[in-house]
Write a protein that binds this ligand. Structure first.
Ligand code: DMJ
Length: 631
């Protein structure tokens, strides 16, 4: 500030203060500032303020990154509600506010076979010793009869051995072995450079933690367990298991994505338990599941997208955002299994309530918009998508039906009704003859598909058999056509890998239109559909297309120290993004391996895959085991 000098005038200050006064004033001001910052960081309800001050560097980028990976883009925050919901009951306790008593619930769960009180008999295979219990984390009182569960499976988990002398089998065996080698390579580099971190950064040869998991570590390890088991990479599986036993700690205090922790960690632990019977996986899955429960502390029971591991008592300080359909709609499979393995009905109650809200709410033209307020229970925007934001909600409906051994009629009906609305309003065929599922914004279509939406070919194939008879053939063909379109998005790039999103504009179809949509981050959805379509049709084209992906991954994504995503699928020499995503090991390599395996490896009669490709068992009722199937 410019202060004009006046002769004979003793300068005070810009505000007319003399020096001692000025000193006192500054002292007072600095005291005030210290007090404000103290309050900001120390008071328990300061998270909203913290977010304001720290948004650019700490919490918010984490949310953006997690939204980007999942293909989810959270809508802006809303005001917190005037009357916060009561705190969630402590894990294992009843919710006193619930009208339905625990015993009635348990009765329902028992009848459906989701809660069988059983004798513990320990693991069926491997007989490995379980680590000594650690305080807090490592014990649950309920026991689960693992051997009885295994006796109900209808096929050997890893399938029957094929006649390896058959000439026609030798090619496919070599292809399977190649995928196994890719898994070993991915794992060994992760182990060497990033063991215990969430993911490997293959260019910088170090680990990446990110902020999706609230301080939990080892996402790649937990995501890899069942793939290592499936591929019989026994030594690597033991390394992974040892890390879970000794180093996977749940006493973290960050903010995590409920969805990501559920599909990767809970899903991975549940699968590892069901495949091996190792108690450590069951116990950690349940304990981690309990840490997710505060997210459901909302007036509607629709969970918030982010859960604060520190304490459920932060309540509404962080509860602004809308909840995302694909996120709160993709908990059902894992949460039913948490109840099955813990004897605690609370998990099943949480997801049954979500189902109820979704069943009863008005749906525009039968469509499910992507954003719902967990406070009011109303849709927030009318954006509908089978790709990011919506995708796995539809997947979990049909898989809930299948996982219930076809007893969950509500899920079945909701799935086919939703699919009918999608067919009516979103399905299109391009002038070039490519079938695609567009995105819907309040009645206006965006003629694009995200890479994430390419899972829908597999989903529609999976659901075709249980559709009304007159639609079965139609759904089989629709699944094949969508999968063909997704293959085109790969075939039309220089790398033969597909972009993050592709459009159907005049003259240019199944290609990205800008660089920001041209990246490929090792996503699985296209090979996932190849796997389902192969199993349904045995058309060799799907194995050919899968092999094209293997070759392209080898050429463009393999680096000296692991696999990496690429920044531009239309460049013949693309830059790497320096991330080996954990879902590459959980999903992409697993689906490729299954594509080159016999159909009864992780047979669909016994298993459904969660949205991170972790196999969860179908709930065969006790009666089905009397049929005397082999194991
Ligand atoms: C995975 O974490 C899951 O498949 C999820 O449903 C969507 N995004 C990634 C893979 O692309």
């Amino acid at each position: 500030m410019l202060v004009r000098k006046v002769p004979g005038f003793v300068p005070a200050s810009a505000w007319g203060l003399r020096l001692p006064q000025k000193f006192l004033f500054l002292l007072f001001l600095s005291g005030l500032i210290t007090l404000c910052f103290g309050a900001l960081f120390l008071l328990p309800h300061s998270s909203r303020l913290k977010r304001l001050f720290l948004a650019s560097r700490t919490q918010q980028p984490g949310l953006e990154v997690m939204a980007e990976i999942a293909g989810h883009h959270p809508v802006p925050e809303q005001e917190p509600p005037p009357n916060p919901a009561p705190a969630a009951p402590a894990p294992g306790e009843d919710d006193p506010g619930r009208p339905v008593g625990i015993f009635r619930r348990k009765g329902i769960l028992r009848r459906k076979g989701w809660l069988r009180r059983t004798r513990p008999t320990g693991p069926r295979e491997e007989g490995n010793s379980v680590a000594a219990p650690r305080p807090q984390e490592e014990t649950v009182r309920f026991s689960f009869d693992y051997n009885a569960f295994r006796s109900r499976l209808r096929h050997p988990v890893l399938g029957t051995r094929t006649d390896e002398s058959k000439e026609s089998q030798s090619l496919v065996r070599a292809q399977r072995e190649k995928v196994k080698e890719m898994m070993r390579f991915s794992w060994q580099n992760y182990r060497r450079y990033a063991m215990g971190k969430n993911e490997l950064r293959p260019l910088t040869k170090d680990g990446y933690e990110g902020s999706m998991f609230g301080g939990l570590s080892g996402a790649t390890i937990i995501d890899s367990l069942d793939t290592l088991y499936l591929m019989e990479l026994k030594e690597e599986f033991q390394e992974a298991k040892a890390w879970v036993q000794d180093s996977f700690h749940l006493n973290v205090t960050g903010e995590a994505s409920l969805f990501e922790v559920n599909i990767r960690y809970i899903g991975g632990l549940l699968s590892a338990f069901y495949l091996t019977g190792e108690e450590v996986f069951r116990v950690k899955a349940i304990k981690l599941g309990e840490k997710l429960l505060p997210a459901f502390n909302t007036p509607t029971g629709i969970p918030k997208g982010v859960v604060n591991f520190k304490s459920g008592s932060w309540g509404w300080a962080t509860a602004g955002s809308s909840s995302i359909l694909a996120e709160f709609g993709s908990l059902h499979l894992e949460f039913l299994h948490l109840t099955e393995l813990s004897g605690n009905p609370v998990f099943a109650e949480k997801v049954r309530n979500i189902r109820k809200v979704l069943r009863e709410i008005d749906k525009p033209f039968g469509l499910y918009p992507n954003f719902l307020s967990p406070v009011s229970g109303n849709w927030v925007q009318h954006h509908v998508s089978v790709g990011g934001l919506g995708d796995s909600f539809y997947e979990y409906l049909i898989k809930s039906w299948l996982m219930s051994d076809k007893t969950d009629l509500e899920a079945k009906n909701m799935y086919y009704e939703a699919l009918q609305a999608i067919e009516t309003y979103l399905l299109n065929v391009s002038p070039g003859g490519l079938t695609y599922i567009a995105e819907w914004r309040g009645g206006i279509l965006d003629h694009k598909m995200g890479h994430l939406a390419c899972f829908s070919g597999g989903m529609i194939a999976l659901g075709a058999e249980d559709a009304k008879e007159d639609k079965r053939a139609y759904y089989r063909e629709l699944a094949a056509q969508i999968t063909r379109t997704c293959h085109e998005s790969y075939a039309r790039s220089d790398t033969k890998l597909g972009p993050e999103a592709f459009w159907f504009n005049a003259g240019r179809e199944a290609v990205a239109t800008q660089l920001s949509e041209s990246y490929y981050i090792l996503r699985p959805e296209v090979v996932e559909s190849y796997m389902y379509l192969w199993r349904q049709t045995h058309d060799p084209i799907y194995r050919e297309w899968g092999w094209e992906v293997v070759m392209a991954l080898e050429k463009h994504c393999r680096t000296e120290a692991g696999f990496s995503g690429i920044q531009d699928v239309y460049s013949s020499n693309p830059n790497h993004d320096n991330r080996q995503q954990s879902f590459f090991l959980a999903e992409t390599l697993k689906y490729l391996y299954l594509l080159f395996s016999e159909d009864n490896v992780l047979s669909p009669e016994d298993w459904v895959f969660n949205t991170e490709a972790h196999p969860l068992p179908v709930n065969h009722s006790d009666s089905s085991s009397k049929a005397g199937h082999h194991h």
